[in-house]
Design a protein around this ligand. Structure first.
Ligand code: G6P
Length: 603
């Protein structure tokens, strides 16, 4: 999805902006551009394609100290130079970059066209600088014109405005992420923290409909009535190298190898072997928990798969009915939600549009809301009653890996925490011990990946790959299959092993690859039988299991024995690595797979 960077200060803005855009490339985009103030004029450089096209433009290296930049992921209008941001108004006085979608741009465009404004692009964004210009002509004041224009916009936006008329950058947001990084005699603006993490750890987070004027030495915040307001700084403890590749070929591989640390830090301070679990931010009482009659876990993509594992833990440990739903469905389905409902929203970025919309809906109906997210200060943390942070560190690769394992351990810890509240005592020492042991177990799995690489070499040319399992093993299958299709473009499906006979087995033919996952002894025999059925129809089976299995007809990947609730955290590792090496064999850019975006900030 689109990315935004802004800079004002004593350094050369173009190099900082281009570096920022490069740091945002992982989000997926199709064109890029920057606008700089040069001798009281706005200069715009934009291209279809990669940021390096902008970097290669020698004209750009002018001595400018204010600028805005953008990577565009096309929504209104095809990827092209004309549609790329920044966009200027007809007079050239106002330059804008915008993330999000202006839903009423059609009527605004018509209104402006009737006033004589001409449009050069097919974008919704181009109405914004022209609307600012329209109000500027009436009010003769940029702040008022900016505020009047943005208050007319419906939909979602993060907007940066530059103009030779002002010594600063105006910023506004509604349902789209934006952070302001504080420097010394310089300030930074970005849609995502990693773009400017190199320069600062101190951030301001705008609330919806607030605006700010970011100068080089001063940042002024206003509410929608243009009254000045104060904002607190939040310190982000991510270290700069956390957003680098650190010697790895790709972010995804680096992030897989970072999983032991991610799990360890997510558990740190919350779980200690002989103590009750501690979530200092949660203030849920035994009385409240006793009134909760159902829990929803709502999320998208990988976060939703983590939610499925969370459901198992919550139902098993608390006996409360737990329903998992994808956010894009949840927000349009009819639900019986009231103050006896607990809704948990899981989102790595904390900015996924559907998840945030679902959260607002549940909150407005009176539910108790908890956000589980990786990004401090993200939108979801501001909407939910309680927040649990996963401490995976910045996740850059589109395909989520370390965020998944940290979400899973956060959810399982939450389930134990609830059980201890309900039962009023410390318990499940063994499970806690095993949780704390997970980083070591993942480390061991990552020690030697030769076998996984070998498997990838054998199957990378497949057209269809199936993943089957039961219970938590089916949850693992879902995430394994998603990883594969996201980055290898191989068609893949995950099925509950027992459902195979109700359709998908028709697709099994000579040499079809089927991954079987078996981590639960109680139902192992059932899945074995299903695997035998596909073997009899010619399938090649790769089995991921923590049981002692000797079967010459299967290629077996052994994983360590853990409680079945925790099995996804270890079983997913080989599946992530196999997906990674398959994509590498196919020469795919694993960090930026086609058509996908890291954080989906539009519906
Ligand atoms: C996109 C990403 C996925 C991610 C999903 C949810 O589809 O490509 O990797 O799982 O969004 O994102 P979130 O930030 O809400 O966890």
């Amino acid at each position: 999805m689109c990315g935004i960077v802004g800079y004002i200060g004593n350094k050369n803005s173009s190099s900082i902006l281009i570096k920022g855009l490069e740091a945002l490339e992982y989000r997926g985009y199709d064109s890029a551009g920057i606008a700089l103030i040069d001798n009281d004029k706005i200069k715009v450089y934009k291209e279809k394609g990669r940021v390096k096209e902008i970097r290669n433009n020698n004209d750009i290296d002018i001595d400018s100290h204010i600028g805005i930049a953008h990577t565009r992921w096309a929504t209104h209008g095809m990827p092209s130079k004309e549609n790329a941001h920044p966009h200027l108004d007809n007079s050239g006085l106002f330059g804008v970059v915008h993330n999000g979608i202006i839903e009423n741009y059609g009527e605004l465009k018509e209104f402006l066209q009737n006033k004589g404004y001409e449009f050069k692009s097919e974008t919704d964004t181009e109405v914004i600088p022209n609307l600012i210009h329209y109000y500027y002509n009436i009010k003769k004041d940029v702040k008022e014109a900016f505020n009047m224009a943005v208050s007319e916009l419906k939909g979602s936006y993060a907007i940066l405005l530059i103009s030779p008329l002002i010594k600063g950058i105006y910023v506004a947001k509604l349902s789209s992420p934006l952070v302001i990084g504080k420097g010394c005699k310089e300030n930074f603006i970005a849609s995502d923290i990693p773009a400017i993490l190199e320069y600062t750890k101190e951030f301001y987070f705008l609330e919806d409909r607030e605006i700010a004027l970011v100068g080089d030495d001063k940042i002024t915040f206003y509410n929608s009535k243009l009254e000045e307001i104060n904002k607190d700084i939040k310190v982000i403890e991510w270290d700069k190298t956390a957003a680098d590749k650190n010697g790895y070929d790709d972010y995804m591989l680096k992030e897989i190898y970072d999983e032991p640390r991610a799990v360890k830090e997510t558990l740190a301070g919350r779980i200690r072997k002989d103590e009750k679990i501690n979530f200092p931010n949660l203030n849920i009482t035994k009385e409240q928990l006793n009134t909760i009659n159902k829990i929803y876990i709502v999320a998208c993509g990988t976060a939703m798969h983590a939610g499925l594992v969370g459901k198992k833990a919550l139902e098993e440990l608390t006996n409360i009915l737990t329903i998992v739903e994808v956010a894009s469905e949840f927000r349009y389905n009819k639900h019986i939600i009231d103050h006896n409902t607990l809704c948990i929203f899981v989102s790595q970025s904390g900015e996924t549009a559907d998840t945030i919309a679902a959260l607002k809906l549940a909150r407005d109906k009176g539910a108790i809301t908890i956000a589980i997210t990786n990004v401090i200060g993200s939108s979801i943390t501001r909407e939910a009653l309680y927040t649990i942070l996963t401490h995976a560190g910045p996740e850059i690769a589109v395909a989520s890996t370390k965020a998944y394992v940290s979400q899973v351990v956060a959810l399982i810890s939450l389930a134990i925490y609830f059980k201890e509240i309900i039962d009023d005592k410390k318990e499940l020492d063994n499970l806690k011990e095993q949780l704390l042991e997970l980083p070591n177990l993942i480390d061991k799995l990552l020690d030697d990946t030769t076998k996984y690489q070998q498997i990838a070499k054998e199957i990378y040319q497949e057209k269809d790959i199936f993943y089957i399992g039961r219970g938590n093993d089916y949850n693992i299958a879902l995430e394994g299959s998603l990883k594969l299709k996201e980055i290898s473009y191989i068609h893949s499906e995950a099925y509950p092993a027992g459902e195979l006979k109700h359709g998908p087995i028709a697709l099994i033919e000579e040499n079809t690859t089927v991954f079987g996952i078996i981590t639960n002894e109680d139902i192992a025999e059932k899945t074995f039988s299903n695997l035998q059925e596909v073997i009899s129809r010619g399938a090649k089976v790769i089995l991921v299991s923590n049981l002692e299995v000797t079967n010459k007809k299967m290629n077996i990947i052994n994983i360590p024995q853990v409680d079945n609730l925790l099995a996804p955290v270890v079983a997913i590792i080989p599946l992530q690595i196999i997906a990674y090496y398959i994509a590498k064999e196919k020469g795919i850019d694993v960090d930026k797979p086609r058509n996908l975006a890291k954080s989906v900030t539009v519906e």
